[in-house]
Design a protein around this ligand. Structure first.
Ligand SMILES: [Zn+2]
Ligand SMILES: [Zn+2]
Length: 102
């Protein structure tokens, strides 16, 4: 099950479960769309992979046992372990390779 993290790991913006700005990599590293497009160049600083929009988990239990009511979003804020300069240097070295070829 996807871990719905509460914030952008770079700028710390809140990304609640219904946010349409939340982007994730295949490891669930989570960033806002502004950071993905303008600072990360679609390169995850933790794994080098690309991003996609985070799916929105329904707030209501349309099927038994599902929804945010049964599996709530994580409250544990996550922060990037690299500084912005290092992240942008890393992104520059990877961004010209499309995600499917990385
Ligand atoms: Zn951000
Ligand atoms: Zn990642």
């Amino acid at each position: 099950m996807l871990e719905l993290r509460p914030n952008c790991e770079l700028c710390d913006k809140d990304l609640p479960p219904a946010s349409i700005e939340a982007c994730i990599c295949s490891y669930e590293c989570t960033f806002c769309r502004d950071c993905v497009e303008n600072r990360l160049e679609n390169v995850c600083p933790n794994c080098g992979g690309g991003f996609t929009a985070r799916p929105i988990r329904p707030g209501s239990e349309h099927r038994s046992g599902t929804s945010l009511v049964r599996q709530p979003a994580s409250a544990l804020r996550v922060h990037a372990k690299y500084d912005l300069e290092e992240i942008q240097c890393f992104a520059a070295s990877v961004k010209d390779i499309s995600p499917e070829l990385r």
